[in-house]
Design a protein around this ligand. Structure first.
Ligand SMILES: *Cc1c(COP(=O)(O)O)cnc(C)c1O
Length: 231
């Protein structure tokens, strides 16, 4: 898997550049829109988990995956009426951005008799086109999440805003990732929990994310090629 070797090398180089160990940053293979073979491939390459952005797509693919130990993480927007299905088909939900969703996922996990790991998605770039809770709303959501008996709050996720030029993208990505890192550090201290996971960085901005402290980069295009345009 030549492309995966290349992505691994980019992660290692970005880590080395800021004095981090390459093992501190996990590669999450984003398999959305690709056949289940992409997930099998990721598992054979030794990755722990894949990311999907739609519940229905994962529910259709996962039963056909030949790697039972592979973890599936939801990285796309979740509607509360799909919380039950999400809790059933995913090992972690990264896109939690409201109290309502926390309530629904906690109840769904309780019914399934499981503890569901979650991340809070924060719109750290204040992008009107993105889902995610406002930075100001994060303390309240952390408090609620930590009180849920069937959820385990691992940390935070964000997506950097997309801009017109590469230079602008880089600047926005740096600002977005620094804001999420700062938020995490503040809230970890305030709630005396590690809130270790910082899921940030994609194919185009993983170096900026790693410099800001990312623990997981979510990579699709650089691993599997361009996705067909959405219809
Ligand atoms: C599609 C997607 C990714 C992967 O994006 P690439 O640019 O293809 O690497 C990462 N995170 C989220 C939330 C996504 O929806």
């Amino acid at each position: 898997m030549q492309r995966a070797d290349g992505v691994r090398a980019s992660i290692a180089a970005a880590c080395a550049h800021v004095g981090r160990a390459a093992g501190e940053v996990e590669l999450l293979a984003v398999t959305k829109t690709h056949p289940v073979m992409a997930a099998d491939y990721a598992a054979r390459y030794g990755l722990r988990a894949v990311g999907e952005n739609r519940v229905q797509e994962a529910a259709e693919k996962r039963p056909h995956c030949s790697a039972p130990a592979l973890a599936w993480e939801l990285i796309g927007h979740l509607q509360s009426n799909k919380a039950k299905l999400a809790a059933q088909y995913f090992d972690r939900v990264q896109s939690v951005d409201s109290e309502k969703l926390l309530n629904h996922l906690d109840r769904a996990a309780a019914e399934l008799g499981k503890i569901l790991p979650v991340l809070l998605q924060i719109n750290a770039g204040r992008d009107p086109a993105k889902f995610g809770a406002e930075l100001e709303d994060a303390p309240r959501l952390v408090e609620i999440a930590l009180a849920k008996k069937n959820l385990r709050l691992d940390g935070f996720m964000t997506i950097a805003p997309l801009s017109a030029t590469p230079a602008e993208n880089t600047a926005h990505a740096q600002r977005t990732f620094a804001a999420l890192r700062q938020l995490r550090d503040d809230l970890a201290l305030r709630f005396a929990r590690p809130l270790r996971e910082l899921s940030m960085g994609m194919s185009g901005d993983l170096a900026e994310a790693i410099a800001a402290g990312s623990t997981q980069v979510r990579v699709g295009t650089a691993l599997f090629g361009a996705r067909p345009a959405p219809v």
